[in-house]
Design a binder for this molecule. Structure first.
Ligand SMILES: Cc1cc2nc3c(=O)[nH]c(=O)nc-3n(C[C@H](O)[C@H](O)[C@H](O)COP(=O)(O)OP(=O)(O)OC[C@H]3O[C@@H](n4cnc5c(N)ncnc54)[C@H](O)[C@@H]3O)c2cc1C
Length: 462
């Protein structure tokens, strides 16, 4: 079932009876299974007895993307393309600006279907496409469980203000999505791509992208790998998640964030499998759903309702005020951005976290909080701390450049949080220190593990 609230007509034109195919422009939801936009397009194709063509545009100057991100995306797309072709749809990958390429392919289409993304450029691309083509354009949301507008019509203050609104609607949006078999196969379609994703490595080598940040071995890209991670998590990570998720030394996290970021797995599929899992307690399941749905979709709510979501200015007024009042407080140490990037500080816990990030493209959630709070302490101004944290986050994390990135970097500076006891440098924003790590966890075990992982060349996780 595709819930009606997932479907938005972006350009209200009649379906073109002369169109040769239904075109699905894949962008955010880079997967074949459990993809509402793909299934919607397949149903439209059957209804008008036409084949389905799926197109993906590779944009070499995609905002803040580097080799690490492209490698993960292209290998994942190679699997997706194969799965789509196996279903009898066509798949083309082209290099260039999505609205231009899709507008060209739309010329021969009966209608265009696209998925939904929440970042500024993703929204602008869809707007440009809809205003630039003389065809019906329909957007189908597949990136969140509860479509943003169904949860709230405004920017929410915190998890506590959106939790009830989301939880009230979760059961309405966690239906199994059946696959539509295609009546008309696409073999006869005469449309070609200019990138052969079955040779994704060659495509990557030939792309004019920032090659400074290497691909990582820790996360195998693609839907099959995402599902394997989910299966492993359901078997051995979800039991005890509520207590253990915060412990970087003995973590029970799913490590699904890179796959969610690239749309290689559906959040609805994850939710359904978690809800149906036998063994984990309802406390563990609820704790996981809180992260996967409430926190993740609070981040989407934030970017959707905050046009300048990537600027210091968008942070809450109380937080900027208190940080401003403490800008001239003496810092215990000040590190330059290159020193931070090189994990060259006097704090072994922080250095280990930074190495996990640069070497493997991921960091445990609790360490992300500590990592970011320390950047505030070790830089001259909160504004510079903000831009440094966002820069490093988006450069190295596989899950960076995501609504979660902007909401969580914002959280370091008081977004979605409350005021705490006032103290130097941080003012009333939350403070974290190494003593907390030592008191709560076997933090030396984390340091050893992170170092060994990086020494092994980003080998597989625990
Ligand atoms: C400073 C800082 C920066 C962060 N940057 C990013 C980022 O760039 N991209 C990103 O996806 N997440 C980011 N997070 C949120 C969180 O740390 C990661 O989503 C999580 O660690 C990913 O690991 P996991 O998939 O094993 O999480 P799990 O614990 O298994 O959780 C499952 C899913 O829930 C979601 N989730 C978990 N924690 C959060 C959270 N705090 N906020 C929103 N969604 C959450 C994620 O989609 C995650 O994959 C950041 C957190 C902080 C404090």
């Amino acid at each position: 079932m595709i819930e009606a609230e997932r479907i938005q007509v972006l350009q209200d034109k009649p379906v073109d009876p002369d169109g040769e195919y239904v075109l699905y422009w894949m962008q955010q939801s880079q997967r074949e299974p459990a993809n509402p936009a793909l299934e919607y397009a397949a149903r439209c194709a059957n209804k008008i007895n036409k084949p389905l063509l799926v197109a993906f545009c590779v944009t070499a100057d995609y905002p803040d993307a580097n080799r690490r991100h492209f490698a993960f995306m292209l290998e994942g797309l190679a699997e997706t393309a194969k799965r789509i072709e196996k279903r009898g749809a066509g798949f083309v990958a082209r290099l260039g600006s999505p609205p231009d390429i899709i507008a060209e392919l739309a010329g021969r289409a009966a209608l265009v279907v696209c998925d939904r993304g929440y970042l500024r450029h993703q929204v602008a691309w869809r707007k440009d496409l809809a205003s630039g083509v003389d065809k019906r354009v329909v957007q189908v949301e597949g990136d969140v469980v509860v479509p943003i507008e169904c949860a709230s019509d405004k920017r929410e203050w915190a998890a506590r203000t959106i939790r009830g609104k989301i939880n009230d609607r979760v059961s309405d949006f966690t239906q199994t999505l059946s696959k539509t078999s295609l009546d008309v196969k696409a073999q006869a379609l005469d449309v070609s791509g200019d990138l052969d994703l079955s040779r994704w490595q060659r495509v990557l080598d030939e792309l004019d992208v920032d090659n400074d940040v290497a691909a990582v071995a820790r996360f195998k890209p693609g839907t099959a790998a995402a599902r394997a991670k989910l299966t492993r998590f359901l078997r051995s990570g979800l039991v005890g998640y509520a207590d253990a998720r915060n412990d970087p030394a003995d973590p029970s996290a799913s490590e699904l964030s890179p796959y969610l970021h690239f749309g290689q797995i559906s959040p609805v599929e994850i939710s359904l499998k978690v809800q149906r899992a036998k063994g984990p307690s309802s406390t563990d399941k609820e704790a996981f759903i809180e992260e996967l749905i409430v926190r993740r979709e609070l981040a989407c709510n934030f970017v959707h309702f905050t046009p300048d979501y990537d600027s210091y200015q968008c942070l809450p007024e109380w937080a900027r005020k208190t940080l401003r009042e403490h800008t001239s407080d003496e810092r215990p140490t000040v590190y330059t951005r290159p020193q931070l990037e090189a994990a060259d500080t006097d704090d072994p816990y922080w250095n280990a976290a930074m190495q996990e990030m640069t070497g493997t493209g991921y960091m445990h959630n609790y360490m992300r909080m500590y990592w970011g709070k320390k950047i505030i302490e070790w830089t001259n101004t909160p504004r510079y701390a903000y831009s440094t944290a966002l820069y490093l986050n988006n450069k190295y994390f596989l899950d960076g450049r995501d609504p979660n990135s902007y909401a969580n970097i914002g959280w370091l500076f008081g977004l979605h949080d409350r005021a705490w006891t006032e103290r130097p440098i941080f003012g009333k924003t939350r403070y974290m220190n190494a003593g907390g790590l030592e008191r709560k966890f076997d933090i030396d075990k984390y340091v050893q593990w992170a170092n060994s992982l990086c020494d092994e060349g980003s080998g597989d996780a625990r």
